[in-house]
Structure formats: C-alpha cells, structure tokens
Design a protein around this ligand. Structure first.
Ligand SMILES: Cc1ncc(COP(=O)(O)O)c(C=O)c1O
Length: 357
C-alpha cells in the first residue's frame, strides 16, 4: 500500500472542454503543467481543441513543440538562447525597453509579444510610450531580418482579489493601452491578458483580445468561491490507506510534539500511510479526510503518516481521500490552506504513486 496521486483522464479532458467553451484559450502549462505532467496535459488540451500553450521555461516550451508540432507556444519569461527559441518557432515576451535595445538585432525572425508591466511589476514595458517606442523603432528598422511583433500582453496580478480595487485599476490601465494602440492603427495577431479568475469575472475573453491565458481552471480548481462547482471539475484524487486502527485513552498524546491529545477513552485513530513527506501541507491537515464518503478529522501529520480520528465504520486497508472532486483543492484554498497551485505544487511526485486512469 502506497499513497496515490491519480488523474481521471476523461474527467480532465471534459473539464478542459467545459472551461474552454467556444473561446480561444492559451493553456498555461508551466511547472510541468501544474504538476499534472506536461505530456499528459498538452495531449488532453489538444484533444479538447486548445492549440496555444504558454510556459515560463524554455525547456518546457521545447518539449511542448515536440508534443505539439503545429501549436503556437508562448514563452512568458525572456531567455537569451535565441537560436533555440527561433529553431523551435517559440514566441517570446519582450520584458523591457533595455532588453529590446540590447537584443533587437539578435531577435531576428523570433515572434515577440510586447509585455505591459502593469501593477504586478514583474516584467514588461512600463507605459504606452515605451510600447510605442518599440513599435516605432521596429517600424523604422529596415533590416529585412528583424523580429516579428506577434502579440501584446499583460498579466493581471489582482484578478483573484475581490476586496481591493486593484483588479479594476490594472484592467482599466490595460484596456486603455490596447484601445489606444488599436486606434492608432497598430495591429497585433495576438492580444492576451486574462488568467482564470479574470476569464470567469469577465464571462469570457475580453473585447479585442484573441486569447485568455488559463491555468488553474484547466487543472480543476475554481479561482474564486462564487463560481459554481459544476463549472470546473477536479479530475485529481490524492489518497492514502489505513495501515491499522489504534485505540488511545483520555490524556494520551499522539503524533510528534504532542500534536493531538485524546479527549476520551477508546478514541480510535486510523494510522494512514501519507504525510507531509508526500506533500500534504500542514495547513491542509487542520481539516478532514474522506473515508467511505464521510469526513473524519485529521489529528496529526507526520512525515509518512497521519492520524485520522475514526469510528467503528472504518477499518484497516480502507482508503483515505485527501483530495478528489468531493473534497476539492479549491475548498481548502478558500479555507486559507494555501493557493490552489500551492497545494498542487506541494505534492511529492517521487514518493506518491502516479496514475493516469
Ligand atoms: C503570466 C501568467 N499568465 C497566466 C497564468 C495562469 O493563471 P491561473 O492559473 O490563475 O489561470 C499565470 C499563472 O501564474 C501566469 O503567471
């Protein structure tokens, strides 16, 4: 018995279809497709009709090119290995004005997306003036072998936040830039800005935009809690097994560092073969696990084990579910355990058995 991380392939595919609807989606497949596996995710997204992918790593972009020879692949981080980018027909961001002036000659034939920095301040041109500067310099550059301006983009860093005005601020600033440049006659084959939260908040792709750049919704988690469960389904299950049931009495301490003190005699604790070494966050262990469809409290988390307080209905070898579509990653996000992607990223794919059903 070993704890298992498993994905229902059909459910994963159906969710991708459901999230995409008839919209043009750029699937974010960074960090090994949010750890679902790059090859698996890209294959299912292609099946669901998605033909555009983005990641932050050149290595992953090249791997996507091998899996999807005809796809459009956008590299969200700038890199300096221009030959590899060119040879693999990878589109790349323009992260700053300095980067442009330093490298515009070396960027020949590469599809470049001009990035607007906006409120996140992680990367990008700082203003419409800086964007115009690049556009004008590029227009005047008579070298026939020059970079190709293929897109305009930004990232909304605050679309997941509801109690602050920042999403509206970054959205307004961005739309003004898009509209100004389009009014001035500039054309961009691709314009994209929205993550999952913005995509649902806006009820689809923003006007004049060619794509929404979606990650977490494609991986089965709602970016915010008022989205109905049925709109985004989780295909992932993470589960362990009960090794044995032990009885403890009032006052007994169980788990490392006095983690749990039994309040009653004959308290039944299931010893489960999954722990923080497998990637279960300590904050997740403040809540329940699912056994035979019923929730039981986790009482202590150890490296390779956890204690779950159970009743007579539960026995050795029973399955203990930490995550599935009935006890979803996003439920714990909204309870403060950590971001959806943080919980997914914590999983230890070296110790958990990985299965695609
Ligand atoms: C630049 C960029 N675009 C899109 C996404 C996708 O965001 P989400 O997973 O919230 O859809 C991310 C994720 O971190 C990102 O960094």
């Amino acid at each position: 018995m070993t704890a298992i991380w498993s994905v229902d392939t059909e459910e994963f595919y159906k969710n991708a279809v459901n999230v995409s609807q008839d919209n043009s989606i750029m699937a974010v497949v960074k960090n090994n497709a949010y750890h679902y596996g790059l090859e698996f995710a890209v294959t299912q997204f292609l099946r669901a009709g998605i033909q555009t992918f983005s990641t932050t790593s050149l290595k992953e972009a090249v791997r996507v090119r091998e899996i999807a020879p005809k796809a459009t692949i956008f590299l969200m981080n700038a890199v300096y290995d221009f030959d590899i980018v060119r040879d693999n027909y990878i589109h790349m961001t323009l992260p700053s004005l300095d980067f442009y002036y330093e490298h515009y000659e070396a960027l020949y034939d590469i599809h470049i997306h001009l990035e607007f920095e906006n409120l996140l301040h992680r990367s990008g041109l700082k203003s419409v003036d800086e964007i115009r500067q690049v556009l004008l310099h590029h227009r005047r550059n008579e070298n026939p072998n020059k970079m190709i301006i293929a897109g305009l983009w930004t990232h909304f860093g605050y679309a997941d936040e509801f109690d602050v005005p920042d999403y509206q601020i970054e959205r307004t600033a961005w739309l003004e830039i898009v509209n100004t440049l389009l009014d001035e006659g500039y054309q961009f084959p691709m314009i994209h800005a929205q993550n999952s939260a913005s995509y649902y908040r806006e009820d689809g792709v923003l006007p004049n935009h060619t794509h929404a750049r979606i990650g977490i919704a494609l991986y089965g988690s709602r970016p915010y809690s008022t989205i109905d469960h049925s709109m985004i389904k989780q295909a992932l299950t993470v589960k362990g097994n009960i090794i044995q049931i032990r009885e403890v009495n009032e006052g007994d301490y169980c788990g490392y560092s006095f983690a749990f003190e039994a309040k009653h005699n004959h308290t039944k604790l299931a010893v489960v073969d999954v722990g923080y070494g497998d990637g279960i966050l300590k904050s997740r262990a403040q809540f329940e696990a699912l056994i035979h469809g019923k929730r039981y409290p986790i009482r202590a988390l150890m490296m390779s084990h956890m204690f779950v307080e159970v009743d007579e209905q539960v026995h050795a070898q029973d399955e203990v579910i930490l995550y599935n579509d009935d006890i979803r990653v996003d439920e714990f996000t909204f309870k403060g355990v950590g971001a959806n992607s943080e919980q997914l990223s914590a999983m230890n794919h070296d110790s958990l058995i990985k299965e695609y059903r």
